[in-house]
Write a protein that binds this ligand. Sequence first.
Ligand code: SF4
Length: 499
Amino acid sequence: MKLGLYPLSALLRCKSGRCYRLWLRISDRLSGVQSVSKSWMKSTVYIETLGCQMNVADSERAATSLRRAGYDLTLSPESADVVLVNTCSVRERAEQKVYKRIRQLRSLSTKKPVIGVMGCVAQLEGQAILAKAPDVDMIIGTRATDRISILIERLKDGEEAVIDLEERAEGESWDVSPVERHSPFVAFVPIIEGCNKFCSFCIVPYSRGREKSRTATEIVDEVKQLRELGYKEVHLIGQNVNSYRPRSEEGLEKSRGATPFCRLLRALAETGMERIKFTTSFPRDFHPDIVAAIEEYSNLCDWVHLPVQSGSDRILKSMRRGHLVEDYFRRVDAIKNSKRRLSLTSDIIVGFPGETEEDFQATMKLIERCQYDGLFIFKYSSRPGTPASKLVDDVPESEKKKRFLELESRQFDLQSSIYQGYIGRAVSVLVEGRSARSEEDLTGHSTCHKVVNFKGDPTQQGEILNVRITEAKSYSLYGQQVNRDGTRGVPMRTPAGDA
Ligand code: SF4
């Protein structure tokens, strides 16, 4: 696939690396557009996405269905007729930012656009949003992404404000047009949505509902189609991908595996998609057969994200995680003892209610044992509506900060020595674009999900290259292209592409 056939949407990550802002680019190339009434045919929609990969995937779906209904997508909130903000509610502060952003977006425009709130805040707050932000016209719940055009039609017919917090329609297709994908090389493929775990600090089970798995047939077909379109990597996404449990095993009959997720991994590996990553895994549902599947298929990537949250059993119980530290270590041992060297990353919350210095030191010990390749650390903040919000938030802010910095500093040292260990090794990198730091450099991710920068030609975007690591930075690697036999790789080309 040549770069430029599919418009590349701009996808930026926030500092923590976990949130995305996505602007979907206008394209008039999509065929098969169904028509709506003429007065709305040329309406343009701007979608701004906050939050996690699931929100990015939802925005891609919403854009696909809007364009099919005859709308154009625009990058410009100033000129859009409809402005949609796909929201995140994982922290209370993120929710407050939504209202600020809505006011900003409204003031940018001279034409008084229709304003819609999508996603988790919409699902949780519902009608209450109208009291906090009277400018809002549409409230679109997490399962209403395919019905936005119907809501716009209702406004057009004279309704003042419209709300859809209903479930997805039975048999709803999860179709996403390549035009709307955030990258022409990497595609997010949701396999399960919602969560049944009810960790005491988390709002997701309330905003995203109960776990609902897509059928294996549908997922396998989507991955095959993505491969035919030239995608090189898919990320299977879901709050807990390894809790995947479809209603029927249709599509998995020929695949071995201890759990439906393991069978799905093998079925997807058989499609020949070059790289398959998956996130996030829930510790309690992490079966060692996942590691066995990764060992069997080289296209199942060597990276596992397994959030632990705390190294103290007392705190894990209070968090209602459903596992103890020893259970977690058993999963980690299976990962670390793999024949392949698997990269392991995690999430940790410091300063959870009741966390003593002893509990915190147990977490410090845990990271020594787990030797994470990367760690997302969060200071606890009470999220209204969760069971933990009823606990006394008794760890002072200064103490939370101190623990955060101590953990971060130790993780930095551990991670640095892991990154140093890559020097001299060759890794396989999917070239995703130019480096933001240097005009001459390209950037991409390794199969173990590390950012790798190296000198290269922009025409190599979308290729999978071997890169020998020459330098380890704090959160990325730097290297040089090599051929598969280890000799120095492709020379720099001129912008015209001649060698
Ligand atoms: S597993 Fe726990 S932390 Fe993760 S989404 Fe579900 S409730 Fe939230």
